[in-house]
Design a protein around this ligand. Structure first.
Ligand code: ADP
Length: 309
């Protein structure tokens, strides 16, 4: 069999935080994602040869896909280089893991082309090096669900430990992306440095019960756990119509609604596709009055994560 020297992959969008799980929880989407083509080249190093769909830098050191790939090559030091083409469908700064998809995509594809020397946790660690370029800190809450699929929990970063959580089979996500810009740095700067112990207790009880709900496919408990009393009260101020959108979508039957990552995207989790469609219609009717452009995605939870296509 001829040796594989080119690969095309799908790098999915992801939702980080999932209400109560700030910086630790995330899940993977199925219907939104980037495509990338990565090929081996005789010349060593990493070159980004094409980017379609977004105005992002081609320079290796300015693009998260290039930075994560270079970090990987420093360790593996293969006797070849790599060319990367990025077909962007996830808008940068949307809050659904645009940078994470590119950072994970390049290391996943190179690992496949080299015969899979590294496991998923090791790939996550290299992708985090790329993610750090976009957000000035290494974090895995989008990278982990992109690479592992389903729901993930970042148990720790030093050493890096990712837990894969089960996905209840009827779960669907509806995401609205208002086309406004929220800088991740701004969304972090408005957060309090200290929180009352009573709030911390409520939040970690919700993280625990959310994990239990995922393990037992308990949709009522899932709904009761999808609460964020620590971060959302601050960040929602950056997203026009957040409160109206949340109350209307909950009325429409969503299990829970929250800010995706650092926003501006807002996610809802729903029991079944019919409800996810209804929630999308509700989001549409609330936001079309706002005068802000937006798009809406409906997706099952992607249990496989990033894949070769
Ligand atoms: P998101 O949550 O949508 O990933 P971030 O703010 O984390 O948004 O990342 C977007 C930032 O990363 C932008 O400043 C963008 O220019 C930069 N960036 C660099 N390379 C890429 C890439 N390949 N894909 C997306 N964003 C990139």
């Amino acid at each position: 069999m001829a040796e594989l020297n080119e690969i095309k992959i799908f790098a999915p969008a992801t939702v980080a935080n999932v209400s109560c799980g700030f910086d630790v929880l995330g899940f993977c989407l199925d219907t939104v994602g980037d495509e990338m083509i990565v090929r081996m080249s005789p010349e060593k190093g990493v070159r980004i040869t094409k980017i379609a769909g977004s105005d992002l830098p081609l320079e290796t050191h300015k693009n998260v896909a290039g930075v994560s790939a270079m970090a990987l090559l420093e360790t593996l030091n293969p006797n070849c280089g790599f060319e990367i083409e990025i077909y962007k469908n996830i808008k940068p700064g949307s809050g659904i893991g645009s940078s994470a998809a590119s950072a994970a995509g390049s290391v996943f594809a190179i690992n496949e082309l080299l015969g899979r020397p590294l496991n998923k946790t090791q790939l996550t660690a290299y992708a985090m090096k790329g993610e750090a370029l976009a957000s000035q800190c290494e974090h895995a809450d989008n990278i982990a669900p992109c690479i592992f699929g389903g729901f993930t929990l970042v148990k720790g970063v030093k050493p890096l430990e990712i837990l894969e959580l089960p996905t209840p089979s009827h779960l669907f996500a509806t995401i609205i992306h208002p086309q406004i810009e929220i800088k991740t740095s701004e969304a972090r700067a408005i957060l309090p440095k200290e929180i009352p112990l009573s709030n911390a207790i409520e939040q970690w009880a919700n993280v625990g019960s959310l994990v239990h709900a995922l393990h037992t496919s308990n949709y009522n408990l899932l709904s009761a756990s999808l609460k964020d009393i620590i971060v959302e009260p601050y960040r929602k101020q950056l997203i026009p119509e957040f409160d109206t959108l949340k109350s209307k979508t909950l009325e429409a039957g969503a299990l829970g609604v929250g800010i995706s990552g650092s926003g501006p995207s807002i996610f809802a989790l729903c029991n079944g596709e019919t409800l996810a469609d209804k929630v999308a219609e509700t989001m549409y009717s609330v936001y079309q009055k706002s005068g802000i452009d937006f798009n809406i995605h409906i997706s099952p939870i992607n249990k496989q994560g990033i894949k070769v296509i």
